[in-house]
Design a protein around this ligand. Sequence first.
Ligand SMILES: NC(=O)N[C@@H](CC(=O)O)C(=O)O
Ligand SMILES: [Zn+2]
Ligand SMILES: [Zn+2]
Length: 344
Amino acid sequence: MTQMTLLRPDDWHLHLRDGDMLRAVLPDTARHFGRAIIMPNLIPPVVTQADAEAYRARIMAALPEGMDFTPLMTLYLTEQTDPEDVAAAHAAGLITAVKLYPAGATTNSASGVTDMDKVLPTLEKMAEIGLPLCVHGEVTDPAIDIFDREAVFINRVLEPLRRKVPGLRVVMEHITTAEAAQYVSSADDNLAATITVHHLMINRNHMLVGGIKPHYYCLPVAKREIHREALVSLATSGDPHVFLGTDSAPHLTTDKESACGCAGVYSSPVALSCLAEVFDTAGALDKLEDFTSVNGPAFYGLPIPTKTVTLTKGDPIALPAPLDTPNGTVTPFDPGVPLHWRVS
Ligand SMILES: NC(=O)N[C@@H](CC(=O)O)C(=O)O
Ligand SMILES: [Zn+2]
Ligand SMILES: [Zn+2]
């Protein structure tokens, strides 16, 4: 196959940031994606209905004229979150999900949750109204090795939570392990998972062998090759509980290439070319559209896209140049292998 047309993809996990960065990165998403779940981990975070309304207006104001893109807003769950504010934001059609960050687990998660019991009233309300919870699934216990934090989270936090709040719909964001792949593929229809582009393409060797590659550093951190293989098997299986969330997370190049480098991979500009390469290599191009465009809206109860994008296979494409912002550049994801599919 040298050409394929897909229903226009959506991105079910995206960081757009704010201000100059928002204006710089938004076109890279809006060019290829119809909708995206917008992560609320700004400084300060998007906590209330009013915050989400204002943030959505800033995104729409930053969208270049003529581009067609719908941001799907989320609220950042804190121990002070008011269940009624969440319910009102949902009833108003403003939010599509609520995001759980264990406090300290990742970038801008300091206002997240330390004691799950404190957020139970909100979670119970969400179960009642059918509003999904998106989860950064890693424990923060310093005694747990960083490579084990996702697998431990499933047993210590996620499984007990799903037993305690049975109707709660949960999306395990950016899964990175065979354990998570196994957990989601054996669960009921209230559980789903997103997988990033970079976790389908790199393992921890790519990040650490032959010199440390800060642009491959993200959270959850890339794992062993056997885990990457489990993710590719799941993504290319057509399992309806699994869909694309790029977790494209721009940081300035200088903040990544640093003695204490930020976590996050900026993958939006190359996401579709990368995915086509992964699915092509796996002999599963026929499953790509389910992953990018069908399974996500089905889980969230949103309409399947009507527009399309066409990808064409040919000579390797040139990688995008670093993106300019008024404060410096952002370095796009380079998977380190030739990419043969271009979006036309
Ligand atoms: N994935 C990351 O490494 N970073 C994300 C936060 C997140 O999604 O955990 C960011 O906001 O930079
Ligand atoms: Zn995360
Ligand atoms: Zn993220």
